[in-house]
Ligand binder design. Sequence first.
Ligand code: ZN
Length: 157
Amino acid sequence: MAIRQIRIIGDEILSKECKPVREMNGRTRELIADMFDTMYDGNGCGLAAPQVGIRKQIVVMDIDDGNRYVMINPTVLKQSGTQTGPEGCLSVPGKNGEVTRANYVKVKALNENMEEYTLEGEGLLARCILHECDHLEGKLYVEKVEGELYDVEPEEE
Ligand code: ZN
């Protein structure tokens, strides 16, 4: 178990496009395991590789629905509906903001074994998928916030 340092808004890696993963290897498997550890340590529901300083198209997510999602090289296939609600990011500590996103999304991605699968999400999962895919394009949710960011209390352990 290794917790990696999370890059904070203002760090230029967070505004760069990430590169596709070509093959799975030991280093990348370790990165994915560390990304889960780092996400759980920060009480986040998603984490993208650039947030730990790696410019690769890798996302991990856990929204407490019993699944641990890994998305490698994800592509959004379909989006529909809208939802507006609070959003936060481990790279923007202590803040939330209201963001409108699609309420339904369908993506294709590779799993940890580089096998293609599709994932459909609604509500929180759709929000999380779209937030993390934005990271891979060098975009942060703060660009999409309606109104001002506001302070949030740190979550109790
Ligand atoms: Zn984020």
